[in-house]
Design a protein around this ligand. Structure first.
Ligand code: FE
Ligand code: FE
Ligand code: ZN
Length: 287
């Protein structure tokens, strides 16, 4: 079954119910949200998020709670080995996000591995795992999906090998997974025009069973540019045909496909992009 949706907003007064309504308006059957602003750690208490109303509506529409993906805030940087305060606050914020995710009833959380800055990359990868080991508890009902990164600046998680190194060093392996971002891996140098080979590499290095979320984005930059600038589907360097192949790939059946493409003239492109993928045919976005 094709599960496809987008990043949606989560804001008052309706919070999660509003997120669900937004996704349903796009005819989505998956969605991703941040439980608060991605760049800061201020959070509205879960009691005020209209969780029950939102989840009931989502289920009544035939959708599954496990296809509600939570993206952790970017301020978490467990990879920074130079500033212990950053590591400590990252763990605190991550712990709180895990609790918020469980309160929502969602399962999959997307986490950026972080940036090593001027620190040693291997130590940095090790520290990400250390942080996860300190934060994760046996009875947590979540899976932390490390996102494949473009390698902009000193980002870690820019290769499948780096992601694998982190997971190898985490003790509670059943709580670890991967989110594959098409823009990021293209920018990191992987060839989306030969996606079968990319998936084969992923399978050999990490294992396809660890892949729980896909971020479907076109890229404004050429392969290997290490930029991380998302483009609308069919308007970038990857193109509609290659991305359509990803979305409909038989090995990725039932994995939620999440769009994180930019708004066009302040309007959401997601309804159109989802429709194009469902039809398997590119039509210009009329915005
Ligand atoms: Fe992300
Ligand atoms: Fe992403
Ligand atoms: Zn990105």
């Amino acid at each position: 079954m094709l599960k496809i949706g987008s990043h949606v907003s989560m804001s008052g007064p309706d919070y999660i119910l509003g997120s669900v309504n937004e996704a349903l308006a796009y005819k989505a059957n998956a969605l991703m949200l941040y439980t608060g602003a991605p760049q800061n750690s201020f959070r509205i208490p879960v009691e005020r998020l209209k969780i029950e109303e939102g989840i009931s509506k989502w289920k009544e529409s035939g959708c599954d709670v496990s296809d509600i993906i939570i993206h952790c805030p970017y301020i978490i940087n467990l990879a920074n080995t130079l500033k212990p305060e950053t590591f400590e606050s990252g763990k605190e914020v991550l712990r709180r996000e895990i609790d918020r995710t469980m309160a929502i009833g969602a399962r999959y959380m997307v986490l950026h591995p972080g940036s090593s800055l001027n620190g040693d990359v291997d130590e940095s990868l090790k520290q990400v795992a250390d942080g996860l080991n300190e934060v994760l508890r046996e009875d947590d009902s979540v899976v932390i999906c490390l996102e494949t990164m473009s390698g902009k600046g000193s980002e870690v998680g820019r290769t499948f090998e780096q992601i694998k190194t982190i997971i190898d060093n985490v003790s509670l392996k059943d709580k670890m997974g991967v989110c594959l971002d098409t823009c990021h891996i293209h920018d990191a140098g992987y060839n989306l025009n030969d996606f079968d080979s990319v998936l084969k590499q992923f399978d050999e290095i990490i294992g396809l069973k660890s892949l729980y979320v896909v971020h479907v984005n076109d890229s404004k930059n050429v392969k290997g540019a290490h930029k991380d600038r998302h483009a609308n589907i069919g308007y970038g360097e990857i193109g509609f045909a290659a991305l359509n192949k990803v979305v409909h790939h038989p090995l990725l059946d039932n994995i939620p496909m999440i769009l994180e493409t930019p708004y066009i003239n302040s309007q959401s492109p997601y309804g159109y992009e989802i429709e194009n993928f469902r039809n398997g045919e590119f039509r210009e976005i009329p915005l």
